[in-house]
Design a protein around this ligand. Sequence first.
Ligand SMILES: [Zn+2]
Length: 351
Amino acid sequence: MNQEFLQNLKNQAISTIIETKSEDELEQLRIEYLGRNGKITQLIKDIPTLSEEKRKIMGGLINENKKIIEDALVSQKNNLQRQSGNQEKDWFDFTVPGIKPKIGNLHLISLTIKEISEIFARIGFNKVSYPEIEWDWYSFEGLNMPQNHPARDEWETFFIENLSHPKYGNAVLTPHTSSGQLREMEKVKKTLSTDRQVPIRMLNIGKCYRRQIDASHAPMFYQFEGLVIDRDINITHLKGTLDYFVKQYFGLKRETRIRPFHFQFTEPSFEIDVTCIVCGGKGCSVCKEGWMELGGAGMVHPNVLENGGIDSLKYRGFAFGWGVERLLMMKYKIDDIRLLFNNDLRFLKQF
Ligand SMILES: [Zn+2]
């Protein structure tokens, strides 16, 4: 045993170690060199047989080379494990749950329209929709608002230039769903015999347009309009219908009240209030006195019935028209209508 022999043994060990392809092969080499009867182990065992002088030199060198071989074994083991780890990435595990594709959801306004429609369908209302570009007659004049009547100012209407009808006047973007009232009366009259023109139970949901924009108004918004015409219809039917709706939509604890108001196309006219969703009617900073305004309603004006071709001496009706956005903003406590139209998914995904 001499230094050169030791040097060669170490070099041989290292070169075979870095050639190994598996941990089993590596283990075989470990046994070959460092095992109980391994080549290095054997050298260590022989140390006591050496002369004292040689023992000092060779003892240190053998341990040094043993350490180098051990390090090479560990390093190669890490390499082999890293390589097999990379291979595992390509392996397909059928048991791992898949990545679900993102599924869209309906916009809160669409969901609310669906909910409103279902609530009214349960008490026999028939859902319809009428033109968004409408004649003056259906939007105003036929609803008892003659040309130049000051009440028209409240509607902030968009007029369409150079488009008019000889009988029905200028074209407008529907400022309210009330324009569906006369449309419905005419449609029912056309499709049924005169005797069966009523009853009407209409729910008209559609887009409306007005020149307005702030936290609670958008230039385009949705309204839903209810119209009921039959014999012996009175205010209690209106109140009962609105009570039913409010309890279905907001919850059974909500109360409604009707408050005298004025609209041209209903007589008498009311504003409908609902108990505050925040305080439940006790009074708080949001509602002041416990009530929140929902929208307008009233008994259909006899002139409107006549304009729709219905005998106002035989029949009566009630109507109500509310904003879809206003309703859902009250329910979900949304304080700015523009959130509904900004298409920010962080907001829209919450519903
Ligand atoms: Zn309140």
